[in-house]
Write a protein that binds this ligand. Sequence first.
Ligand SMILES: [Zn+2]
Length: 194
Amino acid sequence: MSITTFQTRIGAPDIECRYPVIIGEDRVLGLAYRWHRDWLVITSEGELNLRRPAVTPGSKRASGIDMAAAYLAEEYAAGRITATGLEQLRSEAPKPVTGPVPLLHPRMPVTDRNVRGAVAAFAGLAEHHWRAVLHGFPGSDNPWYLLCELCGWSGVRYWSHHRGRNNQPPSPYRHDGGCIGKDKVRALIPAYSK
Ligand SMILES: [Zn+2]
């Protein structure tokens, strides 16, 4: 048993789906987030990829966020990282932009495949009246902060849910929190009447 154990809790994610790992009232040890299958942390010492949680024989894989929180608590207990205030972190959190965003998310390497994927994704967004308002295409399974141009709602989406399957358009149920209704969505977007 370790001598010093810090009880951590996970705070609300920012619009890039990065979770603050908090001790006490409001001391943030770092941000934890998933990128593809890996979990990464951002601390006072920079960014580190923790990869995936180990699988222990006879039990399921631990959750990535728990792995990240345990790692941060350990680093903090050892004095290797320092904490930040939650308020300060919130004030520095990424904010949506009004202008155009780059084609690719900064973490996405510029390869032919990624560029093709991004071009297809942006065409799909335009067709379905969505707009990227934070950053470029992050890949199909990473969070993408989008604005619904039909009602003004914005939030985190995943392109894998938006691109449709088997040549079928995505569900006309666009997002939680109400939109303009499935019938109006179907009427507005030509893909639903093909
Ligand atoms: Zn909407």
